[in-house]
Design a protein around this ligand. Structure first.
Ligand code: MG
Length: 263
């Protein structure tokens, strides 16, 4: 597949998948003819319609069948949580009902007194499969995007497991698009809250890299097309309050921005 950024957009006449072409402020959304969520992800065909990206609204790029998350995959974050660096990846799931798109609102539930951001590199599965060896993981990947593993920290501590704390609606912002040609091995990852840098790290510090994670996860559960893997967050997590804006930037992928409101 060629290098393409795949987005889902609301344009003046409806909703479509689109390839995002161009650089900097000069971005164009070029409508894709196929529905890439139901047809194999090959070279897209285009309808010929296009819009300046500024004239359309970016939506959730896709709805993942499942979201597999990895906890404590950066040593400095494991330490800030007061824990040892785990020998094996810590795996958990977020429900796909938690997914929201770029610029959508993260809604703080009334039952939590502390909701944190966790900026993360996200892998989007293409072919999928089971028992995928690490050295063949690349061929199972469609591309990469950015995620915010929003977490009700007080509920996480209270429950001893993480389903409630990480499963609230709106707690999985994804986007702004899927980048199909991307080397995840050493890029900057940064989270800003109201423009102030809170997390600033590099993916080279992942304890278990993307290939290892795909091997580890696919030894347990079959990976399906458009499943998403959240690779873990670096140090610097912290709380968000209503009215704030959180942005996660991964070098080469763009920026995922969401506003925080009370539910
Ligand atoms: Mg996380």
């Amino acid at each position: 597949m060629n290098d393409v950024r795949i987005a889902r957009i609301a344009h003046p006449e409806g909703v479509a998948f689109a390839a995002v072409h161009g650089e900097g402020d000069d971005l164009l959304a070029v409508e894709i003819a196929d529905d890439p969520s139901t047809t194999p992800w090959t070279d897209p065909t285009f309808t010929g319609r296009k819009w300046p990206l500024a004239d359309v609204r970016l939506l959730t790029p896709f709805l993942p069948p499942k979201i597999v998350c990895i906890g404590k995959n950066y040593a400095d974050h494991a330490r800030e949580m007061g824990s040892e660096v785990p020998e094996n990846p810590i795996m958990f799931l977020k429900p796909n009902t938690a997914v929201i798109g770029p610029n959508a609102e993260i809604k703080l539930p009334a039952g939590s007194g502390r909701v944190d951001f966790e900026g993360e590199l996200a892998v989007v599965v293409g072919v999928g499969g089971r028992d995928i060896p690490a050295d063949r993981a690349r061929s199972s990947i469609l591309g990469y995007t950015i995620a915010n593993d929003v977490t009700a920290r007080d509920q996480q501590k209270a429950d001893g497991q993480w389903t409630r704390a990480k499963g609230h609606d709106t707690f999985c912002p994804l986007g702004p698009w899927i980048e199909t040609e991307f080397d995840p091995s050493d890029v900057a990852i940064r989270t800003e809250l109201d423009g102030e840098v809170k997390q600033d790290s590099r993916t080279s510090l992942l304890l278990h890299d993307v290939g290892e994670l795909i091997a580890y996860i696919s030894a347990v559960m079959t990976l399906r097309p458009l499943d998403v893997i959240l690779t873990g967050t670096p140090a610097g997590v912290g709380p968000m309050t209503a009215g704030q804006t959180v942005s996660v930037t991964v070098e080469g992928l763009g920026t995922l921005t969401n506003r925080v409101v009370d539910r």
